[in-house]
Write a protein that binds this ligand. Sequence first.
Ligand SMILES: [Zn+2]
Length: 355
Amino acid sequence: MRSNPAAQRTAFSRWLLRWASAINHMRCTRFRLFVLFLMLLSSTVILAQPYQGPIIDAHGHLGASFNWEIMVEAMDRNNVTQRTVMARYYPGGIGDLPGSDEDAVRLAERYPGRFFPLVGMQRPLLTGSHKWQSPDREVDRLVEETERKLASGRYFGIGEFIVRHWSYSPGAHAEQENPIYSAFMQRTSAIAARFEVPMVIHMEGYPALVGDFSRLLAEYPNVRFVWAHSCGRSKAPVIRGMLARHPNLFCDLAQMTNVGTTGYGIGWPRMEEFTALIEQDGALFPDMKALYEEFPDRFMLGMDVAHASGNTPQNYSRRVSRFRELLGQLKPETAKKFAETNAIRVFKLGGTITR
Ligand SMILES: [Zn+2]
């Protein structure tokens, strides 16, 4: 653990004062300026300490092969108090079996106050854009089931809807190209409005899709839409335009940390002309930082562990630690909103467990 930051600051101020008086006695102006520059530099580094408060992971998943104890251990180690859970129904291979909403509810019951299930939408039955345009019997049943599950009061939202997804593995469901403005999305949006729950959407930010999403957002102003992965990895001006136009739009920064060998934050599995990263070597890009301060109420964090192989404390810690570094570069009140407050409000979570 770090020593008390307040004590650190007091010691630092004393040190500053000593130097200030020493500099007063200096004759050479150029040397004085140089020392002042060094002091300014070191004070900036000290101010940009990593964020220390509790964090809510607003983009979590579950498969049947996930070890629950490891999930909790990874959270505890990193002071992550709460986590949303979106069951991944897609197959993931022998050691990574598909999950279910029922599993997500059981996990939430096993660890009260820690996990918040959403009705999962990463489902093989939704592969095929025609099913989104004109839902078949199977999709109809899913919509009805979603209504029943929300009526039970055990779910905090719907998602993750896989609208436009770039393949990072072989398989029938790896590459997805579905319409955001479609009968399926309209029906689920109407249900979300009725139950007052948010919808989490994965959609790489193709300009045509962004336009279509605008129509959906305008048509369902009472639904809170969470556009995952830094609003489909869009560039700052696109995100700014969408947030300004649509008060019901939110962004999560799931997997946007530039760490490791996979993850959207390193431009994996690919990048396009319209995509952007948010940081490099732990420093937020200035346009993203400005955007965050401009819209402090609209962003959330997420670790996005979607496969059993990624469910390790090491992987989790690496992502959380980087988020802490990035939050340290924002105003303290903005950082707290990103870390906790926005997720509590958008997902209507009970509040933070103080640890
Ligand atoms: Zn996603």
